[in-house]
Write a protein that binds this ligand. Structure first.
Ligand code: HEM
Length: 408
């Protein structure tokens, strides 16, 4: 770890110590699950606490695929599967093929009209959504202790550039104009991701690094964890866009939720946990996401790597890291930025807070150009490069099933 990371660690260290001392290592499990399945797309359900629910079908299958040494064969075959309408590739073991055939089906409640509205919304609001999902969501996920530790100790944690590239494949696919069209790719990427998560559930419990900080959890990525991360994507993005006064019609708002509901289903989240409305989503986010956010050593280190990579994309180098830090802080707020160990930037922090609303106003044709300060274009350009970093990387790689953890 370089000097910068050590400094960031010290920034977050005070909070880490305080949380530990208060015995708040696993706040998620300390709370009673009260979110009602009546608020879900299923409208009904047993109401079981999703902290104790995983993805049985996928988990059993991937455990078997790993144990019998079939991962290279499955990955090799899956590389050729890239479009929603494509038949499954040859070369898959029969049980994997059967599972994927079932897993790729859209739920009966998927509404193509809404998916079409969402696709157009995703493209027209791509600037905000990519920034919020790619960067904001990324900075939130490093402040989710379970996710930060899972990512850090899994195979991909050793190569964050590759990991960002793989993750942005899903982001790219969900935001595409043809996301759920035959030529799109979100069904493919979501099914692959569901399989990756199932593999991680089998592998990570064997990682000594993960075990020692798993806050009592024996199997990672419960459906509660999945929902937590899901809320860092649509729920958080919608909240921020409303806060920034980005004009959104009610049809767009409903459709944007819908595209993420269908994606949640394809990722293996049970319908009884997928919020049916924004009110239900916000209530669930409050119950699930808010209480689990906090600092970890792994999250601080991952944040530093991610922001360092982003800073490399912007120039000149003298302003890039401070600007990247400030933009990240602006997106997630002081509390989370501090937990992530993001340094405070005396010049850029207040500048972005002052200029961003004007930039949004100008983009949305709500305020005229003379009222937008010159500096806004530096920030706009930095944001654009951020986005390009996430999106272009995703084209180069394939989402693949891991067969090991991070080498310790
Ligand atoms: C892998 C997305 C939830 C941990 C991936 C990948 C994607 C993705 C696209 C494949 C890229 C790659 O292999 O690196 C999502 C989405 C989620 C979610 C959309 C929720 C809506 C979670 C949660 C955790 C987690 C809750 C942990 C608590 C991981 C890990 C990998 C992974 C460890 C594998 C990295 C490796 O191969 O080493 N996820 N994820 N994810 N995800 Fe998730």
């Amino acid at each position: 770890m370089d000097g910068l990371s050590r400094r960031n660690m010290l920034i977050a260290g005070g909070t880490l110590g305080a949380l530990g001392a208060l015995g708040m290592a696993s706040p998620a499990l300390a709370r009673e699950w009260t979110w009602a399945p009546a608020g879900s797309v299923a409208g009904t359900g047993a109401g079981a606490d999703p902290n104790w629910v995983w993805d049985d079908e996928a988990d059993q299958l991937l455990a078997s695929v790993i144990d019998r040494g079939d991962v290279p064969r499955v990955n090799q075959a899956m590389r050729a599967w890239t479009r929603n309408d494509q038949p499954l590739p040859d070369g898959l073991p029969a049980d994997v093929r059967d599972f994927m055939q079932r897993a790729r089906q859209l739920p009966a409640w998927a509404d193509q009209r809404k998916l079409g509205v969402a696709a157009r919304f995703n493209v027209s609001r791509g600037f905000y959504l990519n920034l919020l999902n790619g960067v904001g969501g990324g900075m939130l996920s490093t402040a989710i202790p379970r996710e930060a530790r899972a990512v850090y100790h899994s195979k991909g944690g050793a190569d964050m550039e590759d990991r960002v590239a793989k993750t942005s494949r899903l982001g790219f696919a969900v935001g595409d104009l043809d996301a759920y069209q035959p030529s799109g790719a979100i069904i493919v990427e979501a099914v692959k991701t569901r399989m990756v998560h199932a593999a991680v559930r089998h592998l990570l419990p064997k990682s000594p690094g993960w075990q020692s900080g798993s806050d009592g959890q024996r199997i990672p990525i419960s459906l509660a964890d999945m929902l937590v991360t899901w809320h860092t994507l649509p729920t958080y993005a919608m909240r921020k866009m409303l806060e920034w006064r980005v004009p959104i019609t009610s049809a767009e708002s409903t459709a944007y939720l819908h595209v993420w509901q269908v994606t949640a289903h394809l990722l293996g989240i049970r319908d009884e946990y997928i919020p049916a409305t924004w009110d239900a989503a916000n209530a669930q986010s409050k119950q699930l996401l808010d209480p689990v956010l906090g600092p970890t050593r792994e999250g601080v280190e991952l944040t530093d790597i991610l922001l360092g990579q982003l800073a490399e994309q912007t120039s000149p180098a003298s302003i890039s890291r401070p600007l990247v830090n400030a933009l990240a802080r602006y997106l997630v707020g002081d509390q989370i930025a501090d937990w992530d160990g993001i340094e405070r930037e005396p010049f850029w922090d207040p500048t972005i807070a002052a200029v961003w609303p004007k930039l949004v106003g100008f983009r949305e044709k709500l305020i005229p150009l003379p009222l937008v300060p010159q500096l806004a274009w530096t920030i706009d350009e930095a944001a654009r490069r951020y986005i390009m970093f996430y999106l272009t990387k995703g084209r180069e790689v394939h989402i693949e099933i891991p067969d090991t953890n991070r080498p310790s």
